[in-house]
Design a protein around this ligand. Structure first.
Ligand code: GTP
Ligand code: ZN
Length: 291
């Protein structure tokens, strides 16, 4: 029995990567009965052309269907479309909830005027202070540092349409030559047909070839879980007077004090409150992916 990672799934076949080689397999019998559908990124056991067992998953994305994602590059346009901390925070908490490490990459910084650049630089400093790795520079993008961070990881690109995901992938692997703008067309088509999903080996990282992680459109967490997904609030929460403080109306709240003193970004706190209200008003079965 061998162990490997599913690198590609295509009309009932699973290509498994093990000791530097690819083995084509079919799933044996009882997966459907067990309601387990092997997906790309799964760690599996296989033998003689048959996939026999899917090992427990660290996480599971729905769009694209990929398991065990380590890192997501959150591709964020500095301009066109207009930058919004609200969208960025939605993406970050969706990733934190799945135990995926976000890396924030700002595209289109070349389009910023000097004032716009300085303004965004302050926001970037805030995210760096929280502990996020942020690529933000007006220099031409040099991919080495990012490649270093992604090596050996299962990676997905996240970002709005037009954010610059394909452009970034092409910077990372010029050989791939992904047509910018074409991926989204393929994705739309993919809704109606069985789509091939695969992990591309890009400079030593395994990158899902279907950018489009969009599970941040719904909130798959409870109001109690939410404050822990804002890392700077999570680390302060133990100084709040009440255990389980939601940092809303409670007295002696360390998080609210930190917002007042400029230690926590106001935009983060405002987004937190907005997300809290959205979750609180969500129908119980709204988050389809919720287990
Ligand atoms: N000026 C400038 N334009 C960029 C940059 N990155 C991407 N673009 C342009 O923005 C447009 C969208 O880029 P894509 O890489 O196709 O964006 P995407 O995120 O893959 O978009 P979808 O495929 O729709 O999901 C293209 O016209 C790119 O040339 C950048 O850093 N600076
Ligand atoms: Zn509090």
């Amino acid at each position: 029995m061998k162990q490997g990672i599913i690198q590609q799934s295509l009309s009932g076949f699973y290509d498994i990567l093990a000791d530097g080689e690819i083995y084509r397999t079919r799933a044996r019998g009882n997966f459907r009965a067990k309601k387990i559908k092997p997906i790309v990124g799964d760690r599996v056991e296989f033998e003689n052309g048959y996939l026999l067992r899917v090992l427990p998953r660290k996480n599971e994305l729905v769009r694209p269907p990929v398991a065990n994602v380590d890192t997501a590059v959150v591709v964020t346009a500095a301009k066109k479309p207009t930058f919004s901390t609200n969208l960025l925070d939605r993406q970050l908490i969706a990733l934190e909830a799945q135990k995926i490490t976000p890396i924030i990459y700002f595209s289109k910084t070349d389009l910023l005027g000097d004032d716009e650049y300085s303004k965004l630089e302050k926001v970037v400093a805030g995210y760096r202070k929280i502990g996020y790795r942020v690529f933000f520079s007006r220099e031409a993008f040099a991919p080495e540092q990012l490649k270093e961070l992604l090596r050996g990881q299962i990676v997905t690109m996240m970002g709005q349409t037009g954010a610059g995901k394909s452009t970034l992938l092409n910077h990372l692997a010029p050989g791939l030559d992904l047509a910018t703008g074409e991926i989204s067309t393929a994705l739309k088509r993919g809704r109606h047909t069985t789509r091939k999903v695969s992990l591309l080996n890009v400079a030593g990282a395994w990158i899902a070839d279907t950018p489009g992680f969009s599970s941040y459109e719904t909130f798959d967490m409870t109001v109690e879980e939410l404050p822990n997904l804002f890392l700077e609030m999570k680390s302060l929460a133990r100084e709040c007077k009440f255990r389980g403080c939601l940092h809303l109306k409670e007295p002696q709240c360390a998080v609210k004090d930190a917002v007042k003193n400029g230690i926590i970004m106001e935009s983060r706190y405002d987004n937190y409150v907005q997300f809290h209200n959205l979750i609180a008003n969500q129908k119980p079965d709204y988050g389809k992916n919720r287990k």
